[in-house]
Design a protein around this ligand. Structure first.
Ligand code: ADP
Ligand code: MG
Ligand code: MG
Length: 249
């Protein structure tokens, strides 16, 4: 589904990703782990098409298409979605409006018509229930005044409504208490499907007790230095990233 090959990315003239190669198949859940500043967020941002990143070498293909040739909206409509792709706070834009316009833009791009309003409301209410969110969330401005946990739930709500082919979630567990993390993890687990892949970026192993990945990649200094299964995350939890960096050096 996704093939990243020898990707080099610079930000403001500094090379952050230094030859990163990664393959994700449909149906798989991959976790990217690594120390702060390794380039984890840069990777998901570049795949999603955020501004400010210069790809100097390498390729990204998604379902055979050249992602680097696609605009950010085209990527989202193709089913490549990074949580929080929208600005953290959008004053005045109601959550319900954003969800609806994002879903309909995607449907129209696929040649399906806009979803009728009653069907949309039914869908959103079902997903809200799943995330244990109150309907009043829909009438609030996007993320304005949301607590950390509410923002994370809202991020998963977007994913549940938009049903991307590749869902990328960056530090979805940060700042969550254990109950909120379980709800978020349940939401992510419910996204698992044979025709969908999930890329989780996380600094800590804790989340991976609840969302068990098929593959774990360790990203250090702009490169994937080790790949394993869920067991690798447990080793990292026990030994930290230092042993990994030394073994590479
Ligand atoms: P991680 O998510 O693994 O903690 P990031 O991808 O956020 O790492 O950052 C990798 C490196 O790139 C860091 O040294 C960071 O300071 C730098 N960096 C990331 N984004 C920017 C930016 N917009 N401007 C300048 N430097 C950046
Ligand atoms: Mg290279
Ligand atoms: Mg990060």
């Amino acid at each position: 589904m996704l093939q990243v090959n020898d990707l080099h990315v610079s930000v403001e003239g500094n090379e952050i990703l230094k030859g990163l190669t990664l393959t994700i198949k449909a149906g798989e859940v991959h976790a990217i782990m690594g120390p702060n500043g390794a380039g984890k967020s840069t990777l998901s941002a570049v795949i999603a098409g955020k501004d400010g990143y210069e790809v100097t070498q390498g390729t990204i293909t998604f379902e055979g298409k050249d992602v680097l040739e696609m605009e950010i909206e085209e990527r989202a409509q193709a089913g490549l979605l990074l949580g929080f792709q929208y600005p953290v706070e959008i004053p005045g834009v109601k959550n319900i409006y954003l969800l609806k316009s994002a879903l309909n833009a995607q449907r129209v791009a696929r040649g399906e018509g806009e979803m009728p309003a009653p069907e949309f409301m039914k869908l959103v209410k079902e997903k809200l229930g799943y995330m244990k969110m109150d309907a009043s969330f829909l009438q609030r401005a996007v993320n304005e005044g949301f607590s950390g946990g509410e923002k994370k739930r809202n991020e998963i709500l977007q994913m549940l409504v938009l049903q991307p082919k590749l869902a990328m979630l960056d530090e979805i567990d940060s700042g969550l208490d254990i109950d909120a993390m379980k709800i978020v993890a349940d939401g992510v687990n419910s996204l698992r499907a044979e025709d969908r892949a999930i890329l989780l970026v996380t600094h800590y192993q804790r989340l991976l007790d609840y969302i068990v990945p098929d593959k774990v990649h360790v990203l250090v200094d702009g490169r994937i230095v080790k790949t394993g299964d869920a067991e690798l995350a447990k080793q990292l939890e026990a030994n930290g990233y230092e042993g990994i960096e030394e073994s590479v050096a």
